[in-house]
Design a protein around this ligand. Structure first.
Ligand code: ARG
Length: 407
């Protein structure tokens, strides 16, 4: 046997075919790694079933890793602190799971003395970038193989290939959607949605269906930027995300329909459902409005955009991302408090209250009633000097802006 390769295995058609194809075409030994990042949420298959498929396809071993807590506590928690939404919308569902998977791929490559890792991505997407750049960042010596970029098979060819090798796949030639899911949500591509004008069909959504007619109200509590409780009940972050996916999703909240700029220069129509992610980020950023000092808050908003781009681009393990994390984590020291969320079918969320012992909101300063502690007279000189430059400018150029247009 030639070299040994560790493959990121999902159990889907492409990665199952990849096992056999690499054995046949490249003469390698294949070890599969199946990383549980929360994609079991609604699947009809157990990880053990998926594991046997890898072995049926010819893998010498298939290691199943439970990375749900890691995904939540490290990857989702950082994304929450950064209010991360790529292009202002997408909470990085797939982009967050790839570095988790990469870390376990590299770990297993070491355990099995492999010289290469492999993934099942095509050449058109972001995930190949995330797998490869991530691997290079953690293990510069490992080779990265991408059989799906080499084999030139259509989906129908792959189905035939699986049949020929008796690989028990569930996919059919006319499978419509490509779905990637984890704790943080679901990304739905293909089918009718490839026409950006066509409204998405109901069918592929599993988290965001209206199951609850009356409004759902809940209090989400944060400790130093991390969500820790719902309605006063403490929960591990992975559980809290699941509960919120269910409760917020039950009112239809959490869908995103957007045209997105991929790293590889392609615009694509993307549809997501991520009720917990959107609810948590919405609440977290609202709590920051209450507790962050203005300059810190404004600077953070600028850096958040960069953070989301870096993570989207597969730069989770990179020096700039680490430096931004250091800044962001410093800002989270006082992000402790409660946010009241109200969900109303179909698909609406409003934040109706927030409170914090760390609030910079000062009632005495903000109020207009007799509790007012603000010294109004102090503003006179302040405003004069603030506006001095504009006043001087206006005096030089006459009253040209002062004449309303003729009606
Ligand atoms: N466009 C999204 C992203 O790049 C979703 C990708 C979904 N991945 C997939 N293999 N279906 O993060």
């Amino acid at each position: 046997m030639g070299k040994r390769v560790v493959l990121a295995y999902s159990g889907g058609l492409d990665t199952s075919v990849a096992v056999r194809w690499m054995i046949e075409e490249w003469g390698v030994e294949v070890v599969c790694v199946l990383v549980n990042v929360g994609q079991d949420a609604d699947s009809s298959e157990s990880f053990e079933d998926i594991r046997s498929r890898a072995l049926a396809a010819g893998a010498i071993e298939c290691v199943v890793v439970d990375a749900r807590a890691e995904m939540a506590n490290e990857f989702c928690a950082s994304a929450i602190a950064a209010n991360a939404r790529y292009e202002g919308k997408y909470p990085l569902v797939s982009a967050l799971s790839r570095p988790v998977i990469v870390r376990h791929l590299v770990d297993q490559a070491r355990k099995f003395n492999a010289t290469a890792v492999a993934h099942g991505c095509t050449g058109k997407g972001n995930d190949q970038v995330r797998f490869e750049v991530g691997t290079h960042a953690l293990a510069p010596d490992l080779e990265v193989l991408a059989p799906a970029r080499n084999w030139g098979m259509t989906r129908a060819d792959s189905v035939d290939y699986a049949k020929k090798w008796d690989i028990p796949i569930k996919a059919t030639k006319e499978k419509i959607y490509s779905i990637d899911e984890n704790l943080w949500g679901r990304a739905i591509e293909c089918g009718a949605m490839e026409d950006p004008w066509a409204a998405p069909p109901e069918e592929p959504f599993t988290l965001t269906n209206v199951r609850e007619g009356s409004p759902v109200e809940l209090v989400l509590s944060f400790n130093q930027g991390v969500p820790v409780a719902i309605d006063g009940v403490d929960m591990a972050l992975e559980d809290l995300i699941k509960v919120l996916n269910d409760r917020a999703g039950s009112t239809g909240f959490g869908r995103i329909d957007m045209v997105e700029n991929r790293r590889v220069g392609i615009k694509s129509r993307e549809v997501y459902e991520c009720p917990a992610a959107l609810a948590i980020i919405g609440a977290h950023s609202d709590l920051e409005d209450l507790v962050l000092e203005r300059d810190v808050h404004h600077e953070k908003a600028r850096l958040e955009t960069r953070w989301a781009e870096l993570v989207y681009d597969g730069m989770w393990f990179s020096p700039l991302k680490e430096a931004l994390d250091a800044f962001i984590s410093e800002t989270q020291r006082h992000v402790t408090g409660d946010v009241r969320l109200r969900f109303e079918a179909p698909g609406l969320m409003r934040i109706v209250g927030r409170r914090s012992a760390k609030a910079l909101y000062d009632y005495g300063l903000a109020t207009y009633d007799e509790a007012d502690t603000f010294r109004h007279a102090d503003s006179e000189g302040y405003v004069k000097i603030f506006g001095l430059g504009v006043k001087t400018w206006a005096a030089r150029q006459g009253a040209k802006n002062a004449t309303p247009p003729k009606s």
